[in-house]
Design a protein around this ligand. Structure first.
Ligand code: AKG
Ligand code: FE2
Ligand code: ZN
Length: 724
């Protein structure tokens, strides 16, 4: 055959092949839009959706990343569990274009399966699973950035023996030790003394590393400040944003020694745990540096992707992007954080988090109270104000009475006098029409809602209810006592219930349980997930969709290890640096005293009450003495993983039961800064979650009453008390 004809034929064949690939790519885009709500773009971007390249197709992360990396530097690879697609974000648009040209129609031979990849541009990673696993904007993780030799040199350059000198400003903080070079970072005012450089500049072995950062354009100016943090297993650093006015935009953090998980939190509630392997470089720029907080939860184990191999180079491991997780014991990690001192006010695009632009710096969470006055202030700010502010929205999520509470109420004799102390929106007041039910609540706004509903209610604190002693046949206290922030106040609240009862009268008490998994059953709180984590996780408390987050926070809950019952109340990990931590909703608890975020839904009245402002009001000035030694394993590791499996076979759950406790709200762990930055303010409610046996022990201290029964009900500890 004429060679010309041959090549024409080949070209025709190729163009036929190309057309087929194009057709299939378009089809894949339509399917993604129709079934997954993922809109693709015809305009080139840095991010691509890789149809058929998902974990759901049996494609392993390593297999996909190998081919993607051949096209250019990968910033992030997101593989949502069970999905038939993945997302890749390249460092440059050119690399993404190259991938679209080269990899479309590529047959990938995987261990599990052979698949054909179809790649399309996306402007954002929009589907619900993926938004939660995409890395914060501006965050880059470069693995193996330094060699083992450089690592050894850098570690050797830090002389920890010359303590508290003013050459390098060394400090043994409660939760780690630190040493500063160039300038001291002061933890009292969260700033640097810019006119007082330290005698010691950056150690010499840092220079080649920093030059590499310059060459790779991770930074454009040489840093002049270094903070070396050393964390033993069980130590950490509270969530924070490095003070804008102290340092320029880019912050570099080099991880040496053991790996750890650093947690990034956006004021809008997004939460991204990122695995930092030893010898990796973390580059925080832009939004990830200015708006997101970063922190390391003090604990002894981390949840990390399984396998001997670390995640492939260049792929930042958001641990939730992996459906194959395991536990890894922490070792000693030393980080070198390089920053450039800022000499002009910051003019970033994130004024809500910018101290140069008037935002209080930095957000400071409250501490666990040490005295009655502190406790009262904490509860005023983090319980009473919040309920008044969220009353309407809260009420709209509380409509289904809980079966076992109803059972208690239905057993009351006709004509009984019932008091619901902390009645909320009154959902239990009308359950048994044969009894005279009276409710009281500390929240005026909730009491008003009850009044509109025609219930007999009044405003009252549960510590002192203005009713005659021995005037009631029954009392209920549902999800109230866990809002008292000292043991004494919780005791007073129980005593008050007993005081109100007639002899022989009964009180039913529900409090939120530290153990959200009991008898191998996860509570609904752990199981329920809403579609949109930007919204309150439960707009109603009984129509939710499951969305497990397999990242498990630290849980100092040793008893789950052997599945043996507890004999005594354990010394659970408490608070980091004396501060109350903000709980990530739908995860196991890792402390007993915490703040639980509530995302106010738009359109629900805020009653003109503003959410807590960051660092505005300090509810407590005294430091807690509690330790943060967290020697327990994550209690729900096994079940979290199991539950992930459950989800496959059982994506729905019983929608007829609602939660007895205040189990609503979304994950929004950053204090304060959210208020000004978005349309959906986040409030934080204080809780003391009870360990098994603790409620009985509390009730046991009240004279003149006996615990008749106690049980666990959907993540709550419950007792029935009888007055003697
Ligand atoms: O240990 C790290 O990687 C981060 C340290 C840090 O955030 C800080 O010192 O501000
Ligand atoms: Fe930091
Ligand atoms: Zn700023």
């Amino acid at each position: 055959m004429d060679p010309c004809v041959g090549s024409v034929l080949k070209a025709v064949r190729r163009s036929k092949e190309d057309k087929k690939v194009l057709r299939k790519q378009i089809k894949a885009s339509h399917t993604l839009l129709k079934h997954e709500g993922i809109a693709t773009s015809t305009q080139p971007t840095k991010s691509l959706v890789v149809a058929n390249g998902g974990l759901g197709n049996g494609v392993r992360r390593e297999e996909l990343s190998t081919v993607l990396k051949e096209m250019g530097e990968v910033e992030a690879l997101v593989m949502p569990p069970y999905k038939p697609y993945a997302f890749v974000t390249y460092r440059s648009e050119e690399s993404a274009r190259e991938a679209v040209t080269q990899l479309n129609g590529l047959k990938l031979h995987c261990e599990e399966n052979n698949v054909t990849l179809y790649l399309s541009y996306v402007t954002s990673v929009t589907s619900e699973e993926e938004t939660s696993v995409v890395l914060p904007e501006g965050l880059i993780l470069v693995e193996d950035f330094v060699t083992p030799e450089e690592e050894a040199l850098l570690l050797a350059a830090v002389d920890w023996s010359s303590s508290t000198d003013d050459v390098t400003a060394e400090k043994a903080l409660k939760h780690r030790r630190v040493k500063h070079y160039g300038f001291e970072f002061r933890y009292d005012n969260n700033n640097v003394d810019k006119d007082k450089p330290l005698a010691a500049g950056l150690p010499e072995p840092c220079l080649p590393v920093l030059k590499r950062c310059l060459n790779n354009r991770y930074i454009d100016i040489m840093p002049d400040q270094l903070t070396v943090n050393q964390y033993e297993a069980g130590q950490g650093i509270p969530p924070h944003v490095d003070t804008h006015s102290a340092f320029e935009d880019t912050i570099l953090s080099l991880s040496l020694g053991a790996q750890t998980v650093m947690e990034f939190r956006n004021p809008d509630g997004r939460f991204v745990p990122v695995l930092l392997p030893g010898r990796s470089l973390l580059v925080m720029k832009g939004e990830s540096r200015y708006l997101w907080t970063h922190g390391i939860t003090p604990r002894k184990f981390d949840m990390v992707p399984a396998g001997d191999q670390p995640p492939p180079v260049g792929i930042a491991a958001d641990v939730r992007a992996c459906n194959n997780l395991t536990l890894s014991k922490r070792g000693t990690r030393t980080s070198f954080t390089f920053r450039k001192i800022r000499h002009e006010p910051c003019r970033c695009a994130f004024p809500s988090a910018c101290d140069s632009q008037g935002s209080p710096s930095p957000p400071s969470p409250p501490s666990l109270p040490c005295c009655h006055d502190d406790a009262a202030r904490l509860e005023e700010e983090y319980v009473h104000r919040v309920y008044d502010a969220i009353a309407c929205h809260f009420s709209s999520t509380r409509h289904s009475p809980w079966p076992r509470v109803c059972h208690f109420l239905s057993e009351l004799l006709p004509g009984s006098v019932l008091v619901d102390v902390g009645c909320g929106n009154g959902k239990y007041l009308g359950v048994n029409p044969e009894v005279t039910a009276i409710g009281c609540d500390r929240s005026k706004a909730l009491v008003q809602i009850c009044m509109v509903r025609g219930f007999q209610v009044f405003v009252s604190d549960a510590l002192s209810v203005p009713l005659r002693s021995a005037s009631c046949d029954a009392c209920i206290s549902i999800a109230v006592i866990h809002h008292f922030s000292t043991q004494e106040r919780r005791l007073v609240a129980v005593r008050e219930l007993v005081r109100l009862l007639k002899p022989g009268g009964k009180a039913l008490i529900y409090v939120w349980a530290y153990e959200q998994e009991y008898n191998k059953q996860k509570s609904k709180y752990l199981k329920e997930k809403n579609k949109d984590h930007h919204e309150n996780l439960h707009s109603t408390d009984d129509t939710l969709e499951e969305r497990q987050e397999p990242h498990v926070e630290s849980v100092g809950c040793r008893r789950h290890l052997g599945n043996s019952p507890v004999d005594s109340i354990q010394d659970v990990d408490k608070v980091a640096d004396g501060k109350l931590s903000v709980h990530t909703n739908r995860t196991a608890f890792n402390t007993q005293d915490l703040l639980v975020p509530w995302h106010l839904k738009e359109g629900k009245s805020r009653d003109e009450v503003k959410p807590q402002k960051s660092g505005k009001k300090k509810t407590n000035t005294k430091k807690s003495k509690l330790t943060s030694d967290n020697s327990g394993l994550p209690s729900t590791l096994v079940s979290e993983t199991e539950s992930d499996c459950d989800r496959k076979s059982n994506p729905e759950f019983d929608t007829n039961i609602s939660s007895p406790s205040d189990l609503d709200s979304a994950e929004a762990p950053v204090l304060g800064s959210e208020c000004d930055s978005g349309p959906m303010p986040v409030f934080h409610r204080y809780y003391h979650v009870f360990q098994q046996g603790e409620l009985e022990q509390l009730c046991g201290q009240v004279m003149g009453a006996k615990v008749r029964s106690s049980y666990h009900d959907q993540g709550n500890w419950c007792v029935i008390l009888e007055k003697e």
